[in-house]
Design a binder for this molecule. Sequence first.
Ligand SMILES: NC(=O)c1ccc[n+]([C@@H]2O[C@H](COP(=O)([O-])OP(=O)(O)OC[C@H]3O[C@@H](n4cnc5c(N)ncnc54)[C@H](O)[C@@H]3O)[C@@H](O)[C@H]2O)c1
Length: 370
Amino acid sequence: MGSVRVGIIGVGNIASMLVQSIEYYRRTGSSEGLIHEVIGPYRITDLEIVYAVDVSRHKVGKDLAEAIFAKPNITPRIVDLKPLGVKVRMGRILDGVAPHMVEDFEPADLPEPSMEDIVRELRELKVDVLVNLLPVGSSEATRFYARAAAEAGVAFVNGIPEFIASSEEYCSLFREHGAVLLGDDIKGQLGATIVNRALASLIANRGARLIEGYQLNVGGNTDFKNMVDHTRLHSKKISKTKAVITTQDNYEELWRKVYAGPSGYIEFLGNTKIAYMYMRAKAFAGSDVLIEVKLTVDDKAMATPVLVDTLRLAKVLKDHGLSGCIDWASAFYFKHPPKPVKSDYQALQEMYRRLDELGEPIYPKRTNLY
Ligand SMILES: NC(=O)c1ccc[n+]([C@@H]2O[C@H](COP(=O)([O-])OP(=O)(O)OC[C@H]3O[C@@H](n4cnc5c(N)ncnc54)[C@H](O)[C@@H]3O)[C@@H](O)[C@H]2O)c1
């Protein structure tokens, strides 16, 4: 089956962690920290980045091994890399760079590619899966690259809160072109969303009722800086809030009672993300239960293992000739999947069952209910 040929849109901090982690796991031979070691015939070391696109003058034209350390990226060096032989190509800017981010992303003054150029490049380089890692609020740019992937017959993993895999229009587009579409918006390995969902599920499973809650997130990278412009945040808030309340029966009434979203940029935090969560529940005989949690994580180390799984999963689906939005392959990994699920545990077991039906292994199987 060979490798999984990956293309990256947006060579930012997640891309840096992804590129480095493939080499890190190759050298160490370890599997610690991976969600799944094996998916179908693929391990993390079978991921091969063959295509990368950005618009920054500090990144375009450079070898990917160098570009991932160019400013404003701050993901630390966890491994020494030789040149990868992949030059970062100029992308189409559209709405990828917000006015307040021009000084950070510094768009290059170079000709921008047409849709046909991107489709041709994807085909020439035999890209299997294209992953979208653009800044939040890149609505037009995401749709531009997604359409190019569909037309090239390339699988698309949408890492950001733009509603692509959760839109019937794009699911049909990818189905028509025989390409796989997974998304939307990465649900980090142990990020705020999954911790908040797990606690909200616990409340419901113990017979109590979630009344209200918030999840405030702060961090110091360009992802957080980009999100200080509230006009770019509409879909992010929907994605994060829906991810929490879809665990509950009283889903509709919780819309106005739960807040989950980015809540500030604090530069010195760098890639450290801090989430403060509060939940109030009604339990036995009307008694109040308060849960307050502080979560501290490396934001980029949380997003990357989800990509390591979904890039391989997309290739497995492609190998089987599947196309369009595959609900069961997105539900466990994304905040805003085509079909929201109440239980992450059940979503995971359903994925195991479907892979079993396809005759594809996945290892290790996580079958302990949390
Ligand atoms: N835990 C997480 O980190 C997490 C979880 C879920 C979703 N996400 C989302 O993943 C995305 C990527 O995160 P990141 O931290 O790597 O972001 P980042 O800010 O580090 O990188 C974004 C990159 O996109 C480039 N870019 C801007 N416009 C472009 C265009 N039109 N074409 C090509 N490249 C363009 C920028 O130059 C930059 O290199 C963000 O939208 C983030 O919200 C992250």
